[in-house]
Ligand binder design. Structure first.
Ligand SMILES: [Zn+2]
Length: 239
């Protein structure tokens, strides 16, 4: 299945928080968007592998993803090395995306910056024909390099290089985040309080979107950074 946009994320819930609105906007426009989570988030303080998987499935429905898979790499301990790059390259070649959205280039959680590097390096290496990979049926995969990689912004603020207007899909984004009932604020939960489970965390998510939206003259925005200059065919495409 060829995708227009492939979203790569270290943990199930990273993408919802960082770029859920952008995903929903592009799905609404008719683009095919899918997601590959690197780990099952098994080191998360609250919830279990099973609850996280069912929450991710619920969120995928809310966002309208065509496909979502989990590579099952070790949470906290995956590396940007050959073995892990080959797993990500297989996924990139399977979905042949034009655009890849990837983790924040650095963040509070060390998996996020590591996930960004793993995604970025794998996107480049995936275009090298002499790196051979096989699909799930044992068939040789074609080399494929996405045209662009955009890194979303997570917990720590990073100055963006571009901002997407997500105003019309703000509610969809928040619903997709709240699908992770064990992770975020839930007044009925008796689980231990964590950095992301307080109501203040969701307030931060909204205030970030308001700040970035304000910067481009809209209500809500999501920011991205790039490692190479953005190119446009017309300045009139920009808002
Ligand atoms: Zn994460």
């Amino acid at each position: 299945m060829k995708l227009d946009i492939l979203v790569l994320a270290a943990h199930p819930d990273d993408a919802e928080l960082g770029c859920g609105g952008t995903i929903a906007i592009h799905v609404k426009m008719g683009h095919k968007v899918g997601m590959v989570d690197f780990t099952r988030g098994e080191l998360g303080t609250r919830g279990t592998i099973e609850t996280r998987a069912s929450e991710a499935a619920e969120s995928s429905k809310i966002l309208g993803l065509c496909v979502r898979e989990n590579l099952g790499l070790p949470d906290g301990f995956f590396k940007n090395d050959r073995e892990h790059q080959l797993a990500v390259i297989q996924a990139i070649r399977r979905y042949q995306p034009d655009v890849v959205l990837a983790n924040a280039i650095y963040d509070r959680h060390s998996d996020h910056g590591k996930g960004a590097s793993l995604a970025n390096d794998s996107c480049f290496l995936s275009g090298l024909a002499k790196i051979e990979t096989k699909d799930e049926n044992g068939k040789k995969q074609e080399a494929w390099r996405p045209k662009a990689v955009y890194h979303y912004i997570q917990s720590l603020f990073i100055e963006p290089d571009l901002v997407v207007d997500i105003t019309t899909q703000w509610e969809t984004k928040i619903q997709s985040v709240k699908a992770y009932k064990t992770q975020f604020f839930d007044p009925s939960s008796s689980g231990p309080q964590t950095y992301i489970s307080s109501p203040d965390f969701l307030r931060m998510v909204e205030s970030r979107a308001i700040e970035l939206g304000h910067a481009i003259g809209v209500k809500y925005g999501e920011g991205f950074t790039v490692r190479r200059y953005l190119g446009v065919k017309s300045l009139l495409d920009l808002i």
